[in-house]
Ligand binder design. Structure first.
Ligand SMILES: [Zn+2]
Length: 450
């Protein structure tokens, strides 16, 4: 057997929703004069893992990096207009996690990379480095930064890790995950302080100097530990909003509690106790969870079972939690309210719950874009905005679709109650904020959907 130390992830660069068989890919690759399919595994839309080229044979997927690696492709990677997009289905994400863990058991895998780490391509259209947190023996949490050069307009976890290091080194900047102008300026300043080439890019030298500056790698390690939580939070935050008709903060508060309870979704079984699952259900609630899984033939470790039972409880026996959640104001208060109403934990640890809730709120934002548009509660016209403002008591006048002084004053009132700049005019941010509050209240009045 050849020596294997890396997993490289790909997409098949096919359109979202279109399934492609291993046989078809094999034919494509043979047409390109490969001996056979270049990937070792292909993950279909339904999460089925298909074997491609045998593992003992060197793959043909990443120029210059095939010899010691395993190539995995998920079916997808392009939107309807053939632009790069992370089109992974839930089933594909779950299968990918399991496959990486399985391979990590069999081989001394040191890192997980995306094809884009070695080539100027979008493939696999998501940040593959987050999967390093799954490995038993990764070659160091700093690896993903050290291996690639970061510069203006880059984005993702590695940029975020770099921003955290800059902050730790004393630079005042926001952790956004985008290599923006501020990040570039901070990088240049750091480079000039350290007497190294001042190019505003983070290459191996800049990275090494930073590593030497910082006493430890805790931030980066904490970040690697949070990777799974961040990925699931981004997925479930908009779902919680939609399924429970609650606002962003409420959904983030729920995820914050789940993150704390399950150590970022990494430990379903309580370490010194009998509790189990995302919410660490115990006693009768745990018994009910297991029965519920049996009824629906679900694996109790699966996301589907955990999310499903959470919704089930919040719509039935724990229904009162939603009212408590809505009554609390702000992310922190909502996080505490959810703990008191739903978790009722022996040990509170609110700092940790709130930390996870903030992470969820921060990372859920990207997938939320456009999400409520299909809902009837979406605000698409000025009269709908007027209606929502009136509903919230901001007195926007008649819902006549005309931007008059009353509507403008109502917008200002709403803005002064939120953290938006007070200018009385309509912006996408304003509409999103009104919509979120409106959904939260409206959901409370109507009761959760079944
Ligand atoms: Zn690729």
């Amino acid at each position: 057997m050849r020596a294997i130390n890396e997993i490289i992830l790909h997409c098949t660069a096919t359109v979202e929703g279109q399934d492609v068989s291993v046989e078809t890919i094999d034919r494509w690759h043979r047409e390109r004069k490969f001996s056979s399919i270049g990937y070792h595994f292909v993950i279909g839309l339904d999460g089925t893992v298909h074997e491609g080229r045998p593992l003992e044979r060197i793959g043909a997927h990443t120029k210059g990096h095939n010899e010691h690696s395993i190539g995995i492709a998920y079916v997808g990677g392009l939107d309807a207009d053939r632009n790069p997009k992370d089109t992974r289905t839930d089933a594909q994400k779950t299968a990918l996690t399991k496959l990486i863990q399985h391979l990590d058991e069999q081989y001394p895998v040191k890192k997980v990379s995306g094809h884009n780490a070695y080539s100027a391509k979008a493939c696999p259209c998501f940040d593959a480095s987050i999967y390093n947190s799954l490995l038993k023996n990764p070659s160091g949490s700093s690896l993903t930064i050290a291996d690639s050069t970061l510069s203006r307009h880059d984005e993702g976890c590695t940029v975020e890790a770099w921003q955290k290091q800059l902050r730790k080194a004393g630079f005042d900047l926001n952790i956004t995950g985008f290599f923006d102008e501020v990040t570039e300026q901070a990088t240049r300043l750091f480079q000039s302080q350290q007497d190294i080439v001042e190019d505003g890019e983070v290459g191996p030298q800049t990275h090494a100097v930073m590593e030497a500056q910082l006493p430890s790698h805790d931030e980066a390690q904490t970040f690697a530990k949070d990777a799974l939580f961040v990925e699931k939070a981004a997925l479930y935050l908009p779902r919680l909003m939609k399924d429970l008709l609650i606002g962003r903060d409420g959904a983030a508060a729920i995820l914050g509690n789940l993150g704390h309870e399950s150590a970022g979704f990494r430990h379903l079984q309580q370490i010194n106790g009998s509790a189990y699952g995302w919410a660490q259900w115990d006693g009768t609630r745990k018994t009910n969870f297991f029965k519920w899984c049996d009824t629906y033939s679900l694996d109790k470790a699966s996301d589907e079972a955990n999310y499903g039972f959470l919704l089930h409880e919040l719509r039935t026996s724990e229904k009162a939690t939603l009212a408590d959640l809505a009554a609390a104001r702000g992310l922190e208060a909502k996080t505490i309210a959810f703990e008191q109403s739903y978790e009722r934990a022996g040990i509170k640890h609110y700092d940790s719950r709130i930390r996870y809730a903030r992470l969820a709120a921060q990372h859920g934002v990207l997938t939320l874009t456009g999400e409520p548009k299909s809902s009837v509660r979406a605000i698409n016209t000025l009269s709908q905005l007027q209606f929502a403002l009136n509903f919230l008591g901001a007195n926007a006048g008649p819902t006549d679709n005309i931007m008059g002084p009353k509507t403008s004053a109502a917008i200002s009132r709403f803005q002064s109650h939120t953290q938006l700049p007070e200018n009385g005019s309509v912006s996408p941010e304003l509409v999103a904020a009104v919509q979120a509050v409106f959904i939260a209240f409206d959901g409370l009045l109507q009761g959760p959907h079944q």
